[in-house]
Design a binder for this molecule. Sequence first.
Ligand code: SAH
Length: 402
Amino acid sequence: MKTIRLRAGKERSLQRRHPWIFESAIAKGSGDSGETVRVESDSGAFLGWAAFSPTSKIRARVWSFDEAQRIDASFFVAAVAASTRARGRFDIQSDGLRLVHGESDGLPGLIVDRYGDTLVAQFLSSGAERWKDVLADALLAQTGLTKLYERSDASSRALEGLPEIKGWLRGGDANAPTDLVLREHDWQLGLSIADGHKTGFYLDQRDSRKKFADYAQRLGFQRVLNCFCYTGGFTVAALAGLQAGGFTGGHVTSIDSSGAALEQARANVALNGLDVAQTTFMDADVNASLRQFLNEGRTFDAIVLDPPKFAPTVAHAERAARAYKDINRLALKLLEPGGVLFTYSCSGGISADLFHKIVAGAGSDAGVDGFITERMGGAPDHPMTIAFPEGEYLKGLVVMRK
Ligand code: SAH
């Protein structure tokens, strides 16, 4: 068994059960890609069993902090079982759910989403890659399913020295469908596990989409703007909410820079028996569109801002903060008094506190005040844990303009 020894003082985060060991924390020792290594403090005390990653800045990720734990197939079977059991206790109104959420489930680098009878996995660290077969078998055994599609085509794989891989890992053949339909709340949403973003869909916004539908149903928005709409989840939510509230004549404008996503979004409106005539889909840049609407004097009763990750890490936070502030300022200006803004950041590098400050700054620049009526986070199957605060990547505010 290989050992890595940390520099003095670098044991503290591990003692708090934080699983990352940065390159700069290591005094000596190494391993092969994904190999299990023993991690010791400067004084030789056991800290954890970790997967080594020779090229990544995160040089090792801890599997277990228990010295008696063996890192073998049964360890991964038990971890997958624990993760699956936890989902049984969370409130998830969908047949699409995140089964394994990396570090938060004790499996750094592994993401697994379930869409009906199909699993989609991303193996994003050397350790997850090393144990891929064991993990795949455990996932199928635990869920009783037969099909697992691999979406290890994320650019972060390069940091781990791993190639991008995409395709059926288990069960699928050439004819197995990769265009699926999931049921979320009372609606159906089509997605592509082969070509969609991440594993195909943003399951983490499930509760926010429901909240948006509830607001539409209660307040009867007439003009809705869904920015960064992807496959139209918030668009369907708005229209379904309006329908449930007995409101007619509302209109939803949805913007995204991906033509394929917009096509899926339009199909999703039709799939739910909602009226496509009540929608406009724009293949455009959100920032430019918001400026254009402002120039045209257009206003909205509800706006969703759900941009991509502007700040993957804290190092990018400052530039990202300016970008967030800019779109929020424009959106607040476009909002009617009494209108609501659902605004999000999915950047790990932007804390909830900082995001609140950014939106406050945007309001002050726009000369607009508002009531913060909700604070939102990721859905419960994208959990954060006490030991891993980085798990809180998605945060949102609902602001009702005064
Ligand atoms: N709200 C969506 C998820 C949004 S993901 C949902 O509920 O599913 C972010 C989206 O922003 C992606 O679809 C991406 O294509 C789009 N995007 C990224 N940059 C953009 C830009 N500058 N203008 C418009 N869309 C953009």
